[in-house]
Design a protein around this ligand. Structure first.
Ligand code: SF4
Ligand code: SF4
Length: 340
């Protein structure tokens, strides 16, 4: 299971990605190393929800890009499923016998009032601490009547990074360099370390020798050994200057687009909590993220990376966590104007 640090009270909004997608990706990778595509069969059905009613019988997984997902029983009704189970005398989850119509991780079925009611009755030891946690969240984000907010189900609306310190603390500021066009000075909230350079590998080869050593310059080179990006910043320092030498970076249309892609990677450097989302979109198993001695280590294997840029382009900001923490008023999270 993915190891996660940070804002546990909001894991609910991204739990599937962290606890399901990430865990499945790691397991699939361990079974099918170096296979860029596999077929997975799942039991999803149209009648389960409005969003599921729009699913195709066969499609590429939007989260785990190496998976082609096939749903053979997509048109089955609940009746069909129960008939199949009873006539074949199959075992099934005991929660259905208690009246739950949908069973999964404990929190997820609580999205409905009926399941919530059943949880209160059958799982009070889990339900009430969960409700206390929701009320604490409601207080943190300044709801006038936290109990009403939770009990009415209003808490289920997406709140993004509202009220989360982690979002506030991860704003990265930048200003254009006055002397050089297409160079930008960033002030990070996290000192530069090896993870930063790893995150630039999808753009090209990292070379630690060719840059100006006095300026702590590291360069990124394309396949023809042309320098395409210069990174200037000392390890342990929070000031990073990025110079973009070509607009055709990672399939970019222009310098603005190239800058946006670079900022996707700086965002990851800044924010990563190992939710596994970007790792899951790499079909070539090139990304590995883990904690070693309480320190996150983000690695991209250059021998596996084919520079497809999927890990940069898949989420508009490059990082799923940033997407999750975005707020409606834009007052928290990572900003797009004078902030990344
Ligand atoms: S960089 Fe962002 S999307 Fe990727 S694992 Fe870290 S938190 Fe998740
Ligand atoms: S998604 Fe593509 S660019 Fe990113 S690490 Fe994997 S192979 Fe490299």
């Amino acid at each position: 299971m993915a190891e996660i640090i940070g804002p546990p009270s909001r894991v609910m909004r991204w739990c599937c990605t962290v606890f399901k997608t990430g865990a499945i990706t790691r397991y699939v990778d361990s079974l099918y190393k170096n296979k860029p595509k596999i077929i997975v069969f799942q039991g999803i059905r149209h009648s389960e929800s409005i969003s599921r009613s729009k699913y195709d019988r066969e499609s590429d997984s939007p989260k785990i890009t190496k998976q082609r997902v096939v749903s053979p029983i997509i048109k089955w009704t609940d009746f069909d499923v129960w008939l199949y189970i009873f006539t074949r005398k199959l075992d099934f989850n005991g929660a259905y016998k208690l009246g739950f119509s949908r069973v999964g991780c404990w929190c997820c079925p609580n999205n409905g009032f009926w399941s919530e009611f059943l949880s209160k009755v059958f799982h009070p030891e889990q339900y009430y601490p969960w409700r206390d946690q929701l009320i604490k969240n409601a207080i943190d984000i300044g709801k006038k009547d936290p109990e009403e907010y939770v009990d009415s189900g209003a808490w289920k609306a997406k709140q993004g990074g509202e009220g989360i310190e982690y979002a506030k603390n991860n704003v990265v500021s930048f200003e254009p360099c006055a002397l050089e066009e297409n160079s930008f000075n960033y002030e990070l909230n996290k000192p530069i370390d090896d993870n930063l350079y790893e995150l630039f590998k999808p753009f090209g080869k990292i070379n630690f020798d060719l840059g100006n050593q006095r300026l702590h310059e590291v360069v990124v080179m394309d396949k023809n050994n042309n320098i395409i990006i210069k990174l200037q910043g000392k390890k342990g320092d929070v000031h990073l200057k990025v110079s973009i030498l070509t607009p055709r970076l990672a399939g970019s249309k222009n310098f603005k687009d190239a800058k946006r892609k670079i900022e996707c990677q700086i965002t990851k450097f800044q924010m990563c909590l190992n939710c596994s989302a970007c790792m899951s979109v790499c079909r070539f198993d090139a990304i590995k993220i883990k904690y070693t001695q309480n320190r996150l280590v983000y690695k991209i294997d250059e021998n596996k990376c084919v520079n497809c840029f999927e890990c940069i382009n898949h989420y508009t900001s490059g990082c799923y966590l940033k997407k999750v923490l975005a707020t409606r008023d834009g007052m928290e999270g990572i900003k797009d104007e004078n902030k990344i």
